[in-house]
Design a protein around this ligand. Structure first.
Ligand code: ADP
Ligand code: ZN
Ligand code: ZN
Length: 719
């Protein structure tokens, strides 16, 4: 009787595929990567269940070509987590499974890692593989005598047994010769503050099992120190820790910090700044490591002894993927914790309202740190500069300039925050009111003076700066508004003695952060100018002034999350000022000084504002009191996009408690020559909403006429 293997493939189809498993390939463990013919191509897929028959006529079944034994099988817990994502995000399982792999391991080319030697680990020295795993036992014995080269193992067809030993933690791939660990100078833990100790007294006893714990601590309160101590306890119990951090965080610095605190421990990092080879190597090393430190994609890494998941800066938007599988790594982390019965610790000075609401209602344990860890470090004074009464010159007011001048005179550092990169948001013709439209989007082209170009920040379109108005020929075009490049220029003109450095996506590569941190610490910079990237986790003791320009757009935005996001950003930026022994000062230029957001901000009252926002959301039936799913459609015309959504709405199942709203053009209606529209589905009951989408999604495939693209976004963050 032929043996049939179900294989998950990276296709947009919501189904698995049957293949015949030739006897000579032997048994295949679920999760193994296999190469199979698909249409006229070959594809890599993930082997799932073995079956004895198939709905497909036997003669039409095609053969599995081979098992890729240069890489380990996906573990059962990762298969289970992917299944959760397939159900929750209504996305094809195969596409999810393949996406959990680093790109370098998604193709059939043998992965010749830079680690050609298989070496027995400490655990492997003492391990007793089960008697029936005879080949594994033999290989382990051989390894106890001497390391074996990858090429030799391949010749002896031992690849799969080697992978099994590595997965069990009994052997590991190394660059030989295995040298003594040259750990960086170690750093002892500081004595915990009273608040930290109280937090530990609550958190440590909870480590043995699933539970979600929110550490809500003001900036500088020592949340990182708490993570380190929890991780220490988990490692001491022989388990592993997964630490998720935001995208543009200072991964290398954090990694260094971890290495100093845990000398001799195996720490792997995974983030998009790594080469594809390094990502594959670190992913392969993670299962035998102690700590995995990484951005959102790391949440899917196999960790057989997982004992703790930490999500630092859990409110950060970069945990949500904005295309393909639109998952929230924070939410997937919680699902993983639940499946594996492992505690999840979320930390933030400004938790998302979704998380905070769960902490307030008691579903998550709330642990608060209200004081900064270094006792002299005071929270800064926050002052508002009223733009309705104080004149602005090139985006800056007199009090703002005075504050910069004073800070400079004291030899201290300032940070100027403007959430718009480029020189100016647009180029403007005073004679005909032409405002540099993007030819492909409903957006303005941004003026980039240094590269002499106009760029679209939405679709990537670029063009030279025109010498005259393309519409009326007027040669006298003006920069409209302020971007960080222009601000840098303005500041240099006002403060010629200051050493100014601009930071935004145009100037920063991930590796440049370390260099920047050193430049600030060593006092080579007086003024840092930048976008929201500045709001993230830096610790600059001599930075005593934070100046915030032009945040008003968010105060009256149609996006219901805009004020939550702005408040978090301002709290975080304010948290950068005055972290050591020097008092800090925050100055905000605004035309709306009476907006309630500022009242809470000035009192550093996160909880107060969060409760205000939650009350508003509750009254308006908005998340977190309801759940949302957004159906997005993109088509060459807006009519086609809207028509698709109207067909979709007409096919909506009639589910109690689920509301289907009308189809509307997206706030950014055109991007890259496609018109975008959306349809919102909302419900107060998560399960009802899930059941609704489960019935609804298959209907969407058959809508005619077809459009360019559509997708479902579960728990959307941006509209
Ligand atoms: P957070 O992550 O909450 O913003 P950090 O963990 O970065 O705060 O801590 C802020 C500063 O306080 C850091 O310089 C850190 O070294 C210091 N710190 C934290 N805990 C202690 C402690 N118990 N004793 C002394 N210094 C501490
Ligand atoms: Zn013109
Ligand atoms: Zn564009």
């Amino acid at each position: 009787m032929p043996s049939i293997l179900q294989v998950a493939l990276d296709t947009p189809l919501y189904r698995l595929f049957d293949y015949r498993l030739p006897a000579q390939l032997g048994p295949v463990q679920p999760g193994s990567l296999v190469e199979v013919p698909f249409g006229r191509t070959l594809q890599i897929g993930v082997a799932l269940e073995r079956q004895h028959d198939s709905a497909i006529v036997a003669g039409k079944l095609r053969d599995v070509i081979r098992v890729l034994d240069d890489r380990p099988a996906l573990s059962p817990d990762i298969l289970r987590l992917a299944q959760f994502c397939a159900d929750y995000y209504h996305y094809p399982l195969g596409a999810i499974l393949l996406a959990t792999l680093p790109p370098r391991l998604r193709n059939a080319t043998p992965f010749a890692a830079d680690t050609p030697w298989l070496v027995v680990t400490e655990a492997g020295q003492a391990a007793e593989p089960p008697t029936r795993a005879r080949a594994q036992r033999a290989l382990l014995d051989a390894l106890r005598a001497a390391p074996l080269a990858r090429a030799t193992l391949r010749e002896q067809k031992q690849g799969r047994h080697a992978a099994a030993l590595v997965a069990a933690g009994w052997a590991e791939w190394l660059r030989l010769p295995p040298v003594v660990d040259h750990a960086p100078p170690t750093q002892a833990a500081p004595a915990a503050t009273a608040e930290q100790q109280a937090a530990l007294d609550r958190l440590l006893p909870a480590l043995g099992q699933f539970g979600v714990h929110l550490i809500h601590g003001v900036t500088g309160s020592g949340k990182t120190e708490l993570y380190l101590r929890l991780i220490d306890a988990v490692l001491a119990a022989g388990r592993q820790a997964l630490v998720l951090i935001p995208e543009i965080a200072l991964t290398p610095q954090l990694e260094q910090h971890f290495r100093r605190r845990f000398p001799g421990r195996r720490i792997a990092a995974l983030h998009s700044g790594l080469s594809e080879t390094a990502r594959a190597e670190n992913w392969l090393a993670a299962p035998t490591g102690d700590i995995l430190l990484g951005t959102r994609l790391s949440v899917f890494t196999p960790l057989p002894r997982l004992g703790l998941i930490v999500v630092d800066e859990e409110h950060d938007a970069s945990f949500k993927q904005q295309d393909g599988l639109r998952y929230s790594a924070r939410d997937v982390a919680i699902a993983r914790g639940k499946q594996s019965n492992v505690p999840v610790v979320l930390g933030s000075a400004t938790p998302s309202l979704e998380t905070y609401a769960q902490a307030v209602n008691g579903r998550y344990q709330l642990v608060e740190l209200k004081q900064r860890a270094i006792s002299q470090a005071q929270l800064p004074d926050i002052e508002l500069v009223d733009l309705k009464h104080i004149p602005v010159d090139n985006g800056l007011t007199r009090p703002a300039l005075q504050a910069l001048t004073d800070t400079l005179a004291r030899g201290e550092q300032s940070l100027v925050f403007l959430n718009r990169r480029g020189y100016a948001p647009a180029l403007y013709c005073p004679s005909c009111a032409w405002v540099s439209p993007c030819p492909r989007c409903s957006a303005r082209l941004v003026l980039h003076r240094t590269s002499h170009r106009l760029k679209c920040h939405h679709c990537g379109f670029e063009t030279r700066i025109p010498p005259e108005c393309p519409s009326c020929g007027n040669p006298d075009l003006k920069a409209l508004g302020q971007g960080t490049q222009r601000l840098e220029e303005t500041l240099a003109a006002f403060l010629p003695a200051a050493r100014i450095r601009r930071i935004d996506r145009d100037t920063m590569r991930p590796r440049a952060w370390a260099e920047l941190g050193e430049a600030v610490h060593s006092g080579e910079i007086d003024i840092l100018v930048g976008t929201q990237m500045l709001a993230k986790g830096h610790d600059f003791p001599n930075m005593t002034l934070a100046l915030i320009l032009d945040t008003d757009g968010a105060l009256y935005s149609p996006d219901f999350r805009a004020t939550e996001r702005l408040f978090a950003q301002l709290m975080q930026v304010a948290g950068r000022a005055g972290r050591a022994d020097k008092p800090g000062r925050v100055l905000i230029q605004t035309a709306f000084p009476d907006h309630p957001l500022f009242r809470y901000l000035q009192r550093h009252d996160y909880a107060g504002y969060a409760h205000t926002l939650l009350a508003e959301r509750k009254q308006l039936d908005l998340p977190p009191f309801t759940r949302q799913v957004l159906l997005r459609a993109e088509a060459t015309t807006m009519d086609a996009a809207l028509a698709f959504l109207q067909h979709a709405a007409a096919r909506a199942p009639d589910t109690a408690g689920v509301s289907v709203f009308g189809a509307t053009p997206a706030p950014m209606a055109r991007v890259a020559n496609l018109e975008r529209a959306q349809l919102l589905i909302q419900s107060a009951q998560r399960l009802a909403l899930q059941a609704f989408v489960r019935d609804w999604r298959p209907q969407l495939d058959s809508i005619k006429p077809r459009i360019a693209r559509w997708s479902l976004d579960v728990d959307p963050l941006v509209f």
